[in-house]
Design a protein around this ligand. Structure first.
Ligand code: NAD
Ligand code: UGA
Length: 458
């Protein structure tokens, strides 16, 4: 079959895989190839057990794989055979050298740029899909256009805004698609090519274009704003606990102001995920680099509050359980950083589990999708940890349950049955405010929500 466009994506992760699957699904006239340096990831993408859990992903991959969507290991062939290249490699926080713990680690990104240069035999459009510090495109251009020959490269910024757990819907019905380019003739032509790809299913008015630096910066700022809302509501949850106000009622009253809006105001044990912390740290690093220390301090406080919220949760467990957790059995309901994903990167559950183990508690972890990652996250950590798929069995003989992920299944459990098998007094720490607290209290639990008065029998 002759395809209208041949598109490559380098990086078959949480973004590369679902994003390319959606383009393949919506555009049968294009051939999409995805490559990765990790051969296991590629073979998982080619198997019945995909490397990531994302509702709706299996169906779309099954409908396109082998028709116009291909997962391959050969990066060289991938680059040679395609004219449009998305780059979706990981950009974690640097853990060494200058900027350690703050700046983005751009080594995977730069290696990819060099590979593209090495193997290209024709001109290409190279699209930044990864989240990158503002001005990264300049470095990319400098590497790619180093050799002056007949091949030219146009670099575009097209950040991804999908959230895990809702990725397929976010990709199918995005709030916006952002495309940044150079404002030269070839930059504008490249921009048009990418607009055309998305216009196959995204309404034109939702496809916005900008200069390349605005596009790069908008992605990091979007994540910073979202995380800031969570830290704002979590900060107020601490005040609610001191004043008998109820955070759910406050969030409702505040969120009904149309200028504020109601989304992302759920108080919680803290935000997790691979990106919020990393992207804010990167923003803070950039601000300091440009001498904007007040701006850097402002954004850094979003992360400080998130850490404080997790510390408060542990503190509440310790103090309400008679100041000792040693040898107590504590069951963690959920380990994923949010519901509907198996991803545990930067999950508050990792921090909570480690701190409980430091207090010599025994922990039992249950989660419908994240137990494999949970095992890997806690490998080598000292202490008693076990993993159990069934929440009823996980809670047996426990002194306390801590709800750490807002999985729907936890809302509908038979808490009377759970209570009957637990050690008394039995405590329930609802780090997501998803349970019926009054009902659980009536059953006999001492209930400790976030940002609401506790319900205790003492
Ligand atoms: P990921 O770790 O799941 O996937 C990245 C993949 O790139 C890995 O499979 C890795 O093996 C591969 N890779 C690294 N170097 C490579 C190279 N030189 N050649 C080929 N493959 C290479 O990461 P992710 O979660 O998909 O995130 C990717 C980027 O997208 C990051 O910049 C992230 O900030 C951004 N982002 C992530 C999300 C999300 O929900 N996870 C959402 C929006 C944006
Ligand atoms: C987030 C953004 O929502 C995406 O737009 C962005 O593309 C992505 O980061 C990224 O760049 O990686 P994601 O981290 O997958 O997506 O999930 P979110 O729904 O944003 O949740 C992040 C964390 O905040 C989770 O731990 C969640 O439980 C927590 N959260 C969210 C709250 O504690 N309260 C809320 O009201 C909302």
């Amino acid at each position: 079959m002759i395809f209208e466009k041949k598109i490559l994506c380098i990086g078959a992760g949480y973004v590369g895989g679902p994003t390319m699957a959606m383009i393949a699904y919506k555009c049968p006239q294009y051939r999409i190839t995805v490559v990765d340096i990790n051969p296991t990831r590629i073979s998982e993408w080619n198997s019945d057990e995909l490397p990531i859990y994302e509702p709706g992903l299996d169906e779309i991959v099954r409908a396109t794989r082998g028709k116009n969507l291909f997962f391959i290991n050969n990066i060289e062939a991938g680059i040679k055979d395609n004219d449009i290249i998305f780059v979706s490699v990981n950009t974690p926080t640097k853990t060494f050298g200058v900027g350690s713990g703050m700046a983005a680690d751009l080594q995977y990104w730069e290696k990819t740029a060099r590979q593209i240069l090495q193997y290209s035999e024709s001109s290409k459009i190279v699209i930044e899909k990864s989240t990158l510090p503002v001005k990264t495109a300049l470095a990319m251009e400098n590497i790619l256009n180093y050799k002056s020959n007949s091949i030219s490269f146009d670099v575009l910024s097209n950040p991804e805004f999908l959230a895990e757990g809702t990725a397929m819907n976010d990709l199918e019905n995005p709030d916006r698609i952002l495309i940044g380019s150079r404002e030269t003739q070839s930059g504008m032509d490249a921009r048009k090519t990418l607009v055309e790809i998305y216009a196959n299913w995204v309404p034109r008015e939702k496809i916005i274009t900008s200069n390349i630096w605005s596009s790069e910066l908008s992605k990091i700022v979007s994540n910073a704003f979202l995380a800031q809302r969570i830290s704002s509501i979590n900060a107020i949850s601490a005040l609610c606990e001191k004043t008998d106000a109820d955070i759910t009622e406050v969030a409702k009253a505040v969120g009904m102001d149309s200028r504020i809006g109601s989304k992302f105001l759920n108080a919680s044990v803290g935000f997790g995920g691979s990106c919020f912390k990393k992207d804010i740290l990167n923003l803070v690093y950039l601000c300091r680099h440009y001498g904007l220390s007040e701006v850097a301090d402002y954004w850094e406080s979003v992360i400080r509050i998130n850490q404080y919220q997790q510390e408060r949760f542990i503190w509440s467990m310790l103090t309400t359980m008679f100041n000792t957790l040693a040898d107590k059995k504590i069951c963690l309901f959920g380990f994923a950083f949010k519901a509907n994903t198996g991803d545990t990167r930067e999950s508050p559950a990792i921090f909570i589990a480690r701190r409980l183990l430091e207090e010599k508690a025994e922990i039992i972890i249950t989660d419908p999708k994240a137990l494999r990652n949970a095992r890997a996250d806690l490998a080598g950590v000292e202490g008693k940890v076990s993993f159990e798929g069934d929440p009823y069995r996980a809670a047996e003989k426990c002194h306390a349950i801590a709800v750490l992920t807002e999985w729907d299944i936890y809302r509908n459990l038979d808490f009377q049955k759970i209570y009957d098998t637990m050690t008394k007094p039995a405590s329930l720490f609802d780090g997501r405010n998803i349970l019926d607290h009054k009902r659980c209290f009536d059953i006999g639990f001492n209930v400790y929500p976030i940002g609401k008065p506790p319900l205790t029998h003492f």
